[in-house]
Design a protein around this ligand. Structure first.
Ligand SMILES: [Cu+2]
Length: 124
């Protein structure tokens, strides 16, 4: 009786492992990835600039930046691009992210309404 029970649970373990392995394999083939990163900015122009830039990165499927939460939700094909490339693109058009600051010269070129580093800029 005890042996029978052990055998049953062993079999169950095999089935569960097979399911887990199957799911892992499936996710390895599906290259779609979703990430959310914080991007500094103020207004609708920032939104357009950020989203346009990110969508230019090959492999990016969608990009949506929220001016209130400052969060950029991005979906991309993991086999064509990566989060680093997307972050670099955001920074390249003048927007700071948590780990990297945009170059001062690029930031200086932003329209006045987009100067998010200035004090009081958040009330936009
Ligand atoms: Cu702006």
């Amino acid at each position: 009786m005890k042996t029978f029970f052990l055998r049953r649970s062993w079999q169950r373990l095999v089935v569960v492992s097979a399911i887990i392995a199957g799911c892992t394999a499936a996710s390895a083939f599906s290259a779609d990835k979703a990430e959310t990163i914080k991007v500094s900015g103020n207004c609708g122009s920032c939104k357009k600039r950020i989203e346009k830039a990110v969508k230019e990165v090959q492999g990016v499927q969608s990009a949506t930046w929220d001016k209130n939460t400052k969060m950029l939700a991005v979906k991309f094909d993991d086999s064509k691009t990566n989060l680093k490339a997307i972050q670099d693109k955001v920074v390249s058009v003048g927007h700071d992210i948590e780990t990297t600051k945009a170059q001062d010269a690029t930031y200086a070129g932003l329209p006045k309404c987009c100067k998010y580093r200035e004090a009081g800029a958040k009330t936009h």
